[in-house]
Design a protein around this ligand. Structure first.
Ligand code: WQD
Length: 341
């Protein structure tokens, strides 16, 4: 079995991707220092997949630590680099933490991949690189705008670092996946998104409001130029996002790539407003959500959603789960977490 190294394997997207990789015949190993995750998520992945998964609890910002992993783990065929800090508001409060952590870790992963001759590298990028795009849906050729936050800039700069590296080195083949809004949970409801602290993202706030952990949800603005006045986003089920990584690695390992650097949007290809997301949740849960309309949130883009033609044609990947499934699996996970208390 081909072995894949996943950084951030204990995190939300990382843990769901481990499941999809194993389901598709890969062997996996994780690096995660649990700064924003916990080992219980990995233990549950082992329970679901019935596979023992080794996690190296090291700081990727210390290169010698990363090299030790590659010395110990022979024949790593590919890398998926998830490990990064990803809170937009936190990045505004603490930009140096974000620039150091997200960029230093990427540079080390690239240097070690080169040293140990790992030729397939999937990088976790983000739709936040588009900022307030002029055209919708955004394609991979859409001109990038200001990233709106240090977090978004770490993804823009990360893409630039890889771009400049491949101009001089052809040893590694990169795919950069621009995620839209990852939501939902594994159908078993045994794993899902575990907000590190108070959640900032819409869907965990919806489910925490519904279960009573939060009093009321505030819709950040209903006076935008959209069909119902609230912002438009492209929500993508985390298991569909996970499968996009598996397909990306298979594509690189099978040497189907014509270049050693390519960018691919991974979204549902559908834009939904905040109010539509709330309505979908109410329909699948049977719960009337307690929300109010508030002012706009600084830094929010009005509308963004993906053109996913390239993912379909290049990877043969299509999202399978709709908005209602995203809401239902999120809700089932929230209820499961409650029983664990
Ligand atoms: C979605 C919409 C809010 C909370 C996220 C990640 C970012 C990146 C892209 C990966 C917005 C509205 C939210 C609330 C609300 N992902 N909202 N009330 O800002 O699109 O960014 O996806 O790289 O890392 O953060 O997601 O869930 O915060 O907001 O009205 O209490 O929901 O205004 O329109 P966002 P979000």
């Amino acid at each position: 079995m081909k072995k894949i190294l996943v950084t951030g394997g204990c995190g939300y997207i990382g843990s769901h991707t481990l499941i999809d990789l194993i389901d598709n015949g890969f062997d996996v190993v994780s690096i995660d220092n649990n700064m924003r995750s916990n080992m219980s998520q990995l233990q549950t992945v082992e329970q679901i997949t019935k596979r023992k998964i080794k996690n190296y609890n090291i700081d990727i910002c210390i290169k010698t630590e990363v090299e030790k992993v590659f010395e110990e783990e022979k024949n790593i065929e590919g890398i998926i680099h998830f490990a990064a800090l990803k809170s937009v508001p936190e990045s505004v409060e603490n930009p140096l933490l974000y620039y150091h952590n997200n960029l230093q870790s990427l540079i080390h992963m690239m240097q070690v991949a080169e040293k140990f001759n790992v030729q397939s590298f999937v990088f976790s990028s983000s739709c936040s690189v588009y900022g307030n795009a002029d055209e919708l849906p955004v394609t991979e050729l859409t001109e990038l705008r200001n990233a709106e936050s240090p977090y978004g800039y770490t993804k823009q700069i990360g893409e630039r670092i890889i771009h400049d590296f491949v101009k001089k080195n052809s040893s590694i083949n990169f795919l950069l996946l621009r995620y839209f809004n990852p939501v939902g949970a594994h159908e078993s409801a045994l794993i899902g998104e575990v907000p590190f602290d108070k959640p900032n993202n819409l869907v965990p706030i919806i489910t925490q409001t519904a279960i009573g952990k939060m009093k009321q949800l505030t819709v950040f603005g209903n006076d935008y130029p959209t069909r119902d006045g609230s912002c438009v986003r492209d929500y993508i089920h985390v298991m569909d996002l996970a499968n996009a990584h598996t397909k990306s690695l298979q594509f690189l390992i099978d040497k189907k790539n014509e270049t050693n650097y390519d960018i691919i949007n991974i979204g549902s290809g559908t834009g939904n407003t905040v109010l539509e997301a709330i309505k979908a949740f109410e329909e699948v849960s049977g719960i009337k959500l307690n929300y109010q309309i508030g002012g706009r949130r600084e830094g929010d883009t009005i509308a963004v959603y993906a053109d996913i033609t390239k993912a379909k044609t290049l990877l043969g990947w299509v999202p399978k789960r709709d908005l209602k499934t995203m809401m239902l699996t999120s809700w089932n996970w929230e209820k499961q977490m409650q029983t664990k208390k």
